[in-house]
Design a protein around this ligand. Structure first.
Ligand code: SF4
Length: 381
């Protein structure tokens, strides 16, 4: 549990009296509620203010006619792990390194990860985001997003004389290799995933057209009619663990000889974030999920929290918080999708602190130590 203390009469140490909120290694300008007063929130990593010294009573001094009313208390349960995964971290570093090594502009095919804050920060450094390679000038540098691309994309880039850097998450690349292996063995592949997601398009593009059939739900798994012959399945990495298990169970029942991973291809980060939000939702009636609406793993976090009994709301960022969302709540859970930076979580805590005395606790279900290396072309530069 992170200790939180609040003081309305101490000068703000980190803000030199300017009225700053202080959170673990995080500072946001924030106006004090009244001139000459500051509010101070200290957490782990912040300087702990000394307790106020008792002052001798001054009979000539009248009591403050406008005392600051006490803020209502709000328990905040932070899911852990949350936010950036190793694949997203690597993808962002690929763009940053490409910019550092080769200068701007560096073109990025599709959003590097599905988060507008991340995309905006990289655009400010000189990244140019495009949907198709036609928009990239001949001979320029281009990065493929973390979601992966069909085999035709690197070929098209080479034909255009582009210098390409692949930011595909290694765990997505692993699924690509599985698909290739099944196709080489003559198996028809059932791809469990969501139509239109770039990861699904990239994985389906690893094999010849017609070698893979998309299955989006347990209902579709009940009725899908693959061609006769050996079968295999692969999955999108960011699905709901529960949904994917249900779909796989149907496929295994209908096609007992189907080949596939022992469970499914859902990655460690998706699995851990869903377990953490489930733990938080068991205690909090409201769960705020930070991330973008086009981020698959973020939307899945909302669904998991909802199924666990909480009211789950997706917020693109702290500014999207509407105070009516919190009406009557005394315990709120917070998590963030794998493509959402921790600054969004800290910003949301700062906003909540405007109107509540926060007591923040972490609910950690596991500790992650996964890291991925940069592509050789960039790590050697
Ligand atoms: S969510 Fe999983 S598959 Fe996607 S980038 Fe992160 S680690 Fe890789």
């Amino acid at each position: 549990m992170i200790a939180v203390s609040r003081c309305v009469s101490m000068p703000c140490i980190a803000g030199q009296g300017k009225g700053l909120y202080v959170w673990p290694r995080f500072c946001l300008p924030f106006p004090s509620r009244r001139p000459g007063r500051v509010r101070f929130i200290a957490g782990r990593g912040a300087t702990t203010p000394e307790p106020p010294r008792p002052m001798p009573a001054d009979p000539a001094r009248a009591p403050d006619p406008h005392p600051i009313p006490a803020l209502p208390r709000l328990r905040v349960l932070l899911a852990a792990p949350r936010g950036f995964c190793a694949g997203v971290d690597r993808a962002v570093r690929v763009v940053e390194e490409a910019l550092k090594c080769h200068g701007a502009p560096v073109y990025v095919r599709h959003e590097i990860v599905h988060n507008r804050v991340v995309v905006g920060a990289l655009a400010a450094q000189g990244a140019v985001f495009v949907e198709e390679l036609d928009a990239v000038p001949v001979g320029a540098r281009v990065v493929f997003s973390a979601h992966g691309v069909a085999k035709s994309v690197p070929l098209a880039a080479a034909a255009r004389g582009l210098v390409a850097f692949d930011a595909t998450c290694p765990l997505v690349s692993k699924v690509h290799r599985e698909a290739e292996r099944h196709a080489a063995a003559g198996r028809h592949i059932l791809m469990i995933g969501h139509a239109g997601h770039p990861e699904v398009e990239g994985t389906m593009g690893q094999v010849r057209p017609g070698a893979m059939t998309l299955v989006q739900s347990a209902a579709e798994a009940q009725t899908v009619m693959p061609p006769p012959g050996p079968l295999a399945f692969v999955t999108q990495t960011t699905l709901s663990v529960e949904d994917a298990a249900g779909i796989v169970a149907v496929l295994r029942r209908r096609f007992p000889a189907i080949e596939g991973p022992a469970k499914e291809d859902i990655c460690y980060a998706t699995t851990n974030r869903q377990a953490a939000v489930r733990a938080v939702a068991a205690e909090a009636a409201l769960v705020l999920v930070l991330g973008s609406a086009n981020s698959s793993n973020t939307v899945r976090l909302c669904e998991v929290a909802g199924r666990a009994g909480a009211r789950a709301l997706l917020l693109e960022g702290p500014e999207a918080l509407d105070w009516s969302m919190l009406h009557g709540e005394t315990v709120v859970g917070i998590t963030a999708g794998a493509s959402a930076p921790e600054s969004l979580v800290q910003g949301l805590l700062a906003r909540l602190g405007e109107r509540y005395a926060l007591a923040v606790e972490e609910r950690r279900v596991t500790t992650e130590d996964v890291t991925f290396k940069l592509p050789a072309a960039l790590s050697a530069a």
